[in-house]
Design a protein around this ligand. Structure first.
Ligand SMILES: NC(=O)C1=CN([C@@H]2O[C@H](COP(=O)(O)OP(=O)(O)OC[C@H]3O[C@@H](n4cnc5c(N)ncnc54)[C@H](O)[C@@H]3O)[C@@H](O)[C@H]2O)[C@H](O)CC1
Ligand SMILES: [K+]
Length: 522
């Protein structure tokens, strides 16, 4: 995907090194703090008006996170807010102590007890940022729990205090922010499921870090990128060439379904439909043929011999005649031979659901002899079966990366924040989703969608996977907005894919593709 440095997601060590490079080149530490905090204060004033939030409490920590909080406190005071401060730690870093002196000079008061802040309408949490290095002590944890018990809006500066910046783990306890302003660059914790309940609404404060400083530090590590429309737009198979025909738009084969799980096959087909793939074939047990035709009249339905219980018994097909194979939804684990046949093909494959459960039985070493790309799309349960050695860790970014290295496959770990890792080390993180997608059938739609995009962009498999995951999440968000989180079944989700494509990845203003498409219609 095209390089957009604001999309980079960093760990605390990288952030510290980037900061170090900026300071070493002449930027004063206090100036960067001033810039970050002023920009944050501006955003705060926009979202939390003086009229509605006249009294604000600010919790000040010992490091530069506390320093940021003091600059913000100063600005809010100067803007007319009534600001109360509370600092539970006596020893402050020098710059933070200087900021504290100045706000005292302005007449702001450090309260003796946290309780003095209880009548504030809003709390700002500047206790710890990416410098948090150990579990909160009992007295600090007690303060954090007390703030949480107030059930007030809490704005965290950089990260909710108590959350580990990289793993997203809760170090004892953590502030339950309603809104977090992440400073400079996205940190890993913002994509770790564990941390999400503590971050609230998240917003990046762009403090104008130069690509120069960023590249110096990040050049040796493969990028970890937060997916956004600008990043994926160049990969969309749009506009279509004027003279294309259906086979040039790719031929996807989905191998799926059983008498027991017929719906998964339909949903995978509907997901593929959402990609606009040129040709779609679906191999199912013979008994499902007419059902599939009735739902997907555009697809070629291949009826396979079936076992006594209604699973596919064999695939009487030359698999290498297709551009991409997607396999798994609704399959059952009855017949590992099918998966062996799919693994033996020379084509890119996507394995999901029971295909993953069979692969877990066969062992991921089976993938090492593959000549072409493999994409694995496990949810947490499937992931644990595939990679039992990694399942002890809660750091989903790290273990997805590890799983990809171990298996040589692109691994997509599903979750509230879906994570995609490629064997080269490059990662894509999906920034938002909807809990409406926590529902049987959502994953089947995703498998078909990945298959459809990969068929159209086989040279960019990680990007095809990220594009599909992003669009799938956006469709869930859009559908939930209109129908509530209870109203997004798999068929509905698939029906929202086109609206999501139009809404969430609109053509860039000067996108020649957009202009061409309008021209074609006239
Ligand atoms: N990155 C940027 O562009 C900018 C970031 N800023 C802010 O600076 C903080 C990071 O500051 P730092 O001083 O390194 O760390 P913290 O403020 O997070 O706190 C470290 C401080 O706390 C002590 N400590 C660590 N863990 C504990 C604990 N469990 N209990 C008690 N004390 C603890 C540690 O010893 C340090 O003294 C970043 O998040 C941003 O908010 C800059 O302002 C400018 C731009
Ligand atoms: K904080």
């Amino acid at each position: 995907m095209s390089y957009n440095y604001r999309s980079n997601v960093v760990n605390s060590e990288q952030m510290r090194r980037i900061e170090g490079a900026i300071f070493a080149s002449g930027m004063p530490v206090a100036a960067l703090m001033e810039k970050a905090a002023l920009l944050t204060a501006q955003q705060l004033k926009k979202s939390y008006s003086l009229a509605n939030f006249p009294k604000i409490g600010v919790i000040v920590g010992p490091g530069h996170n506390g320093g940021d909080a003091l600059v913000i406190a100063r600005e809010l005071h100067l803007a007319g807010y009534q600001v109360s401060l509370f600092c539970p730690i006596a020893k402050l870093k020098d710059l933070t102590a200087q900021q504290a002196n100045y706000v005292k000079h302005l007449g702001l008061i450090f309260q003796k007890t946290l309780e003095s802040l209880e009548d504030c309408q809003l709390i700002i949490d500047g206790l710890f940022g990416f410098g948090l290095e150990r579990t909160l002590s009992a007295d600090i944890a007690e303060l954090v729990d007390k703030i949480n018990s107030w059930q007030k809006p809490v704005i965290s500066i950089d990260i909710a205090s108590g959350i580990h910046t990289d793993t997203g783990e809760v170090l004892g306890t953590a502030i339950k922010a309603t809104h977090t302003f992440c400073l400079g660059l996205w940190k890993r914790a913002f994509f770790q499921d564990l941390a999400l309940p503590y971050l609230g609404k998240v917003e990046l404060i762009d403090i104008g870090i130069s690509p120069l400083d960023l590249e110096t530090i990040l050049q040796d590590s493969p990028p970890i990128l937060r997916v956004n429309p600008d990043l994926i737009r160049p990969y969309l198979p749009l506009p279509r060439p004027l003279l294309t025909h259906k086979y040039q738009q790719g031929h996807l084969l989905i191998i799926c379904g059983s008498r027991r799980y017929a719906g998964g096959a339909i949903l995978a087909g509907l997901g593929a439909r959402g990609s606009g793939v040129g040709m779609l074939s679906i191999a199912v047990p013979a008994a499902l043929k007419s059902l599939l035709i009735s739902h997907l009249p555009e697809a070629l339905i291949i009826d396979c011999p079936e076992t006594a219980t209604g699973a596919i018994a064999e695939l009487p097909l030359e698999l290498n005649n297709y551009h991409v194979l997607a396999c798994g939804p609704g399959l059952t684990t009855e017949n590992p031979a099918i998966i062996e046949q799919v693994l033996d093909s020379d084509k890119p494959i996507i394995l999901d659901a029971d295909a993953l459960n069979i692969l877990a039985q066969l062992g991921i070493e089976k993938l090492s002899s593959r000549q072409n790309k493999t994409i694995l799309t496990p949810h947490w349960g499937e992931f644990k079966r595939l990679f039992p050695n990694l399942s002890g860790s809660q750091d989903r970014i790290n273990i997805t990366q590890e799983a990809s290295q171990q298996s040589g496959a692109i691994v997509l770990l599903k979750g509230a924040r879906t994570i995609i890792a490629s064997p080269g080390g490059k990662m894509y993180l999906i920034p938002e989703s909807s809990s409406a997608l926590a529902r049987g059938g959502s994953g089947d739609v995703l498998t078909g969608l990945i298959g459809g995009f990969l068929t159209q962009m086989p040279d960019n498999a990680p990007e095809a996977t990220a594009l599909a995951a992003y669009l799938h999440a956006q469709a869930g968000i859009l559908a939930a907005k209109e129908r509530t989180e209870l109203g997004v079944d798999g068929v509905t989700l698939a029906n929202y894919l086109f609206a999501a494509l139009k809404d969430s990845i609109p053509p860039a203003p000067l996108d020649k593709g957009g202009a061409d498409r309008r021209g074609d219609q006239n």
